[in-house]
Design a protein. Structure first.
Length: 469
């Protein structure tokens, strides 16, 4: 770890806050609780580093490849610390670290393309691309390393510098990642700051920040947009989803049940683009409920460091309370738990994998993003009814259609109001594809070349053609 925190004043004892292991509910370490006024120095140093970093694309490519190598070399320590503070099974933490290295390599090889404008005038016009400046990246607790990389890899590749703030629930692996990347990147190109509010609010409103990229809840996203507007910083907001899976009447339940279950329950359901509602033809409803309930009842739930665990705990106590509340509300309104429906006894933030049936369609577990191991399965009588219900929330991140006739499934998928639609699978992304939502699910685009250009601004140069002498 660095010997001093960004912005720390020598001689002043830095405040710290506890970090809890969600598998036990007990504190296992601490992280610096940095003050908002420390950000002035952090951002100033990021701006000075930007002047050097933006000037040499070849050096950036070399540094980002070295950064990927450093992440892979530190993979064991990063993965174990990530599981300790986030709760997910260790295999999923390793996958998160691997994807972080892959993302660094992907963006290291991307470069913006200069474009000549041919419009019939006797002028040579070119569109070139310039970086924006220091970027503020605000990252949630469900995929702290992977989502951090999704923000800093394109920003750095574009020639910007980054100030990265993780959630107070998962600061440690991100701090370790910052130390690992410091071995490959020039000083102050990437800074990690940790702490409670109003640290994040001050960061996104800081006049030295030129781009704010945030992943989190819709209310917080709106607050981020308002704060960034004061300095007219660009904003990219990924604000979660309430993805629907629509099963068609020709679906083969036994063939898709495993994929559908894990599309909903990976990372204990704490995935923005997880399946959070399932719509099933009435005649198949009981079969689908039984197939999913059987898997929910038998999946291995436990601490993420246990090699037999497939589902870990929820990340934090407030979120456990919310998942319990939304589930109990559904049950009180007449829903039935075909599996689960309750907290698990013992230490830690564990909730039984839950399949709900007979759920009122206006229940919050259907209309809101429950973000946990709880899945309502709702019957439909007509396909139009199912599509209307799938599109009937304020979210629009992803959706999927499941069936045997792929052309028909694609036609239905085309009717979904979302940024990404899958057929017979869900929540699988390529590094090369855009990722964006509609409605309340976000503003701007991440991923692929679109993510790179989201961190650049056009710069147009006009010059006359050579004049005849």
């Amino acid at each position: 770890m660095p010997t001093s925190e960004p912005g720390h004043v020598p001689g002043r004892r830095a405040a710290r806050f506890p970090v809890v292991d969600p598998a036990t509910g007990e504190t296992f370490d601490e992280a610096p609780d940095q003050r908002p006024d420390e950000l002035d120095d952090v951002v100033a140093r990021a701006h000075r580093a930007w002047r050097r970093w933006r000037a040499d694309p070849a050096a950036r490519t070399t540094a980002l490849h070295a950064a990927a190598d450093a992440v892979e070399a530190a993979g064991d320590g990063l993965a174990r610390l990530l599981t300790r503070e986030q709760g997910k099974p260790l295999a999923e933490s390793y996958a998160e670290i691997s994807r972080t290295a892959a993302r660094l390599r992907y963006f290291a090889e991307l470069a913006p393309r200069t474009r000549r404008i041919a419009d019939g005038r006797p002028v040579h016009s070119e569109v070139r691309w310039r970086p924006l400046g220091p970027v503020a990246a605000i990252v949630p607790w469900n995929f702290p390393i992977q989502l951090a990389a999704a923000k800093f890899a394109p920003a750095l590749a574009a020639g910007n510098t980054v100030v990265l703030k993780p959630s107070p629930f998962t600061p440690l692996a991100t701090r370790l990642l910052g130390s690992v990347l410091a071995r490959a990147l020039p000083e102050d190109v990437l800074s990690v700051v940790t702490g409670h509010e109003p640290l994040g609010a001050r960061l996104v409103s800081h006049p030295g920040i030129r781009h704010v990229t945030f992943t989190g809840s819709v209310p917080t996203g709106r607050a981020v947009a308002r704060a960034a507007a004061g300095s007219l910083a660009r904003v990219t907001l990924e604000l979660g989803g309430n993805d629907a899976a629509v099963l068609l009447d020709d679906v083969e339940v036994d063939r898709i049940a495993d994929r559908l279950f894990w599309a909903a329950f990976r990372n204990c359901g704490q995935v923005c683009m997880a399946v959070k509602r399932v719509y099933v033809p009435t005649r198949l409803h009981a079969e689908v409920v039984e197939a999913l309930a059987q898997r929910a009842k038998t999946v291995a739930v436990g601490p993420g460091l246990d090699p037999d665990t497939r589902l870990g705990p929820l990340n934090n106590a407030p979120h456990l309370a919310r998942v319990e509340q939304v589930t109990q509300r559904a049950l009180a309104d007449g829903a039935r738990a075909a599996a689960g429906g309750h907290r698990l006894d013992g230490a830690g933030y564990f909730f039984a994998p839950t399949i709900l049936t007979d759920v009122p369609p206006d229940s919050p577990v259907v209309t809101e993003e429950q973000f946990g191991p709880v899945l309502p399965v709702l019957p439909y009588r007509s396909l139009d009814e199912a599509v209307d219900a799938a599109n009937g929330t304020g979210f629009g991140l992803g959706g999927s259609v499941w069936g045997t006739d792929l052309d028909r499934a694609e036609a239905v998928a085309d009717r979904l109001e979302c940024g990404t639609a899958w057929i017979n699978h869900h929540a699988e992304l390529s590094l090369a594809q855009p990722f964006a939502g509609v409605k309340d699910s976000g503003v701007g685009v991440a991923g692929g070349p679109w993510g790179l250009y989201g961190n650049l601004r056009p710069f147009v140069v006009h010059r006359p053609q050579e004049e005849r002498r």
